[in-house]
Design a protein around this ligand. Structure first.
Ligand code: NBP
Length: 483
């Protein structure tokens, strides 16, 4: 009897939906879950009438698969992945493939690929985005790791992935080691940023302009027809339009404390490690942290006095200006995200195709947006583009949005509405295009108190100078110069 096409371990929400998606596409899937009751429940429930094969042990799972075995894990990221690999690997043969489809940290993925390579097994870390619905109907899939596995798994992964409007599957090989999970991490960072820029628009409209929920929902619906056309703008329109049984906006009843699972933080930590700015996403992560300080905020509002006021003279076209602030900030955020990917490519020796990565995000994932086509086109025009901000399309787009963006940031600061994403993106945009920044003073200060040395504008880079600023130091310099 022919064996199953693929095995899947982990029947929580993502695993179950991926299995049903694979079954829809004609693949026979053997499944295993640590708690057997969950497998039974799945087979008797959602998987009833499908070709899905249940197994009660990992031995049974391994025995049910065609060679080379292809096994996808959808278990909780972290220790559960290592525990599962530890039990599974001894049951496999050389050339068999393990795919980790969870949100693993890319460094763990690189380590696992290395360890399993030594045992003759091919390990793939595949970032999967799109949540429950994406997993069921077609997610965006970002596989990386052992490339020899790709021809064996390409057919299944591309079949179950979302399809872009031109029919291309949103799944392609990203690169070696943890490159797939790294790309997913950057995706998630960008997702944090996109959610924050939308939240700031909502704050300005609700508090600054005093707009009603139906009015705000209407604005987001309109925006979803234009440059901002995206999944997150669309669901925001739905959320703003949603009312409870009494007809009150559902959103008004939701506590203003946003949780996080850590992938946004990972992206920011990596950006700091690699020395690449990811300022907007950092603000988005910090905004969730500040949201969590609810008790402090309530006390501070009482003691310090809540400041946020109404925009008395918002004037004509303020909502359009908010649109422009959101769009421009989003461009900066994606520019920073791709700069980070470039930094990772250099650091880890990955040959990444940035246009292809933008295309993977066009459908299926949470940041899916019409705008990703513009990004892919920019990298098609110039594959070594140092920054999206230097591409003609985005130069023009930012030029058109700039006046509204500045107007919104200025107005928000004036009435005390925090817009950390819009303002940090604007600060980055202004700094990025400054030929001369005030950091000559920072270098001088470092040299003053720590003899860290500095470079001079009138000498080639790499020549270091020290000044005895107070006339009290010796000639010794610090060895820790770093630029
Ligand atoms: P969870 O992240 O909640 O993980 C639950 C699964 O892990 C169950 O099957 C559980 O088995 C299994 N598991 C655990 Br917990 N510890 C285990 C261990 N030591 N050995 C073997 N199995 C273990 O499931 P999920 O929300 O479906 O997510 C799966 C992965 O996909 C995660 O990495 C997640 O971050 C990622 N992801 C989730 C989403 C989403 O929208 N939820 C989106 C994209 C990616 P049990 O039944 O025996 O407890």
């Amino acid at each position: 009897m022919a064996g199953a096409d693929i095995g899947l371990i982990g029947l929580a929400v993502m695993g179950q939906n991926l299995v049903l998606n694979m079954d829809d596409h004609g693949f026979t899937v053997a499944v295993y879950n640590r708690t057997t009751a969950r497998t039974t429940e799945f087979l008797d429930g959602r998987a009833k009438g499908t070709k899905v094969i249940g197994t009660a042990t990992l031995e049974e799972l391994a025995a049910s698969l065609d060679s080379p075995r292809r096994i996808m894990m959808m278990v909780k990221a972290g220790r559960a992945v290592d525990a599962t690999i530890g039990q599974l690997a001894p049951l496999l043969d050389e050339g068999d493939i393990i795919i980790d489809g969870g949100n693993s940290h890319f460094e763990d993925t690189s380590r696992r690929a290395r360890e399993l390579r030594e045992r003759g097994l091919l390990f793939v870390g595949a970032g999967i985005s799109g949540g429950e619905e994406g997993a069921r109907r077609g997610p965006s899939i970002m596989p990386g790791g052992e490339k020899a596995a790709w021809p064996q798994i390409e057919g299944i992964l591309r079949a179950i992935a979302a399809k872009a409007k031109d029919g291309t599957p949103c799944c392609d090989w990203v690169g070696p080691d943890g490159a797939g999970h790294y790309t997913k991490m950057v995706h998630n960072g960008i997702e944090y940023g996109d959610m924050q820029v939308i939240a700031e628009a909502y704050h300005l409209m609700r508090v600054g302009l005093g707009m009603t929920y139906p009015e705000m929902a209407g604005v987001f619906c309109d925006w979803n027809e234009g440059l901002l056309d995206s999944y997150l703008i669309g669901i925001t329109a739905d959320i703003l339009a949603h009312a409870d049984e009494q007809g009150r906006p559902t959103l008004e009843n939701i506590l203003d404390v946003a949780g996080q699972k850590g992938t946004g933080k990972w992206a920011v930590l990596s950006s700091l490690d690699l020395g690449r700015p990811m300022t907007l996403v950092a603000e988005a992560v910090h905004s969730r942290v500040v949201s969590g300080m609810r008790r402090h905020r309530i006390e501070a509002a009482e003691i310090l006095g809540a400041k946020a006021g109404r925009l008395a003279d918002a004037g004509e076209g303020f909502v359009d200006a908010v649109h422009d602030a959101l769009y421009a900030s989003k461009i900066v955020s994606y520019a920073q995200g791709f700069m980070l990917l470039k930094g990772a490519a250099v650091e880890y020796g990955w040959d990444l195709d940035y246009g292809s990565i933008a295309r993977l995000w066009r459908e299926g994932c949470i940041i899916r947006a019409a705008f990703l086509d513009d990004i892919a086109a920019a990298f098609d025009r110039r594959p070594d583009l140092p920054s999206l901000l230097l591409d003609k399309f985005f130069i023009d787009a930012l030029g058109r949005a700039e006046a509204g963006w500045r107007r919104v940031v200025t107005a928000a600061v004036g009435i005390g509405i925090p817009v950390p994403a819009y303002s940090s993106a604007l600060a980055f945009y202004d700094a990025y295009r400054s030929e001369r920044l005030p950091t000559n003073l920072v270098s001088a200060q470092r040299d003053y108190f720590g003899a860290h040395t500095y470079e001079r504008v009138d000498h080639p880079r790499g020549e270091f100078f020290h000044t005895d600023w107070a006339g009290t130091g010796g000639g010794a310099i610090s060895g820790s110069y770093q630029a």
